[in-house]
Design a protein around this ligand. Sequence first.
Ligand SMILES: [Mg+2]
Length: 227
Amino acid sequence: MNDTKSLTRNRMHIFSDFDGTITELDTLVFMSKTLGGGPQMVEAIGRLIREGRITLRDGIAAEMRSIRASWDDAVALLREHVRIDAAFPPFAAWCRDEKIPLTILSAGFRNVIELFLAHDDYRHVDIRANRLIPDTGSGWQCRFRDRTEFGHDKAAAIREAQRRGQYAVFIGDGLSDRAPAEVADEVFAKHSLAEYCASKGILCHEYTTFSDVHAELQLRLTAGKTL
Ligand SMILES: [Mg+2]
């Protein structure tokens, strides 16, 4: 973290993960378990990723390939079972009102994110994610944003903002959030990302919901506090 710059609305850019951070459930895990290869496959692929034997990108591709359901069936299930953090809508509205850029950086899929954030309340939110091509014949296909091991280099977006002189705040929870947490000026972390930050000596705020993030950033902006 940079401890010499003052925190102002004009310089802040907020980046957030989506699955497990804005949503309560991880939509990729949920779809793989309910529509694809099931819990055992998800566990097996997760183990291979954790052991470094396959990349997250290849693991996600394999999980999606195991799904042959129609997109409409998936949408019905997602809408029924996945909720976004109740504190996220007011947080997003606060960013809009304060003119603080809010970018979602996801190793998941734009098609899914737009199910939850497509309406007018989120017109100001920049969504960067991979694309899913549902295929009931040969299994769902992924179109990744880049060739990195995560399929989407989230840290690159943070570095780009910092090159423009912005103060990058990152909010996340999981594996694909490690690289951006390492470069962000300030990190909010929960679950395995909080454990990772602790193990690497990366200073972070541990949060439970967006109300924690909102309260912390709002307080400091209001006070004009120097970081
Ligand atoms: Mg996540």
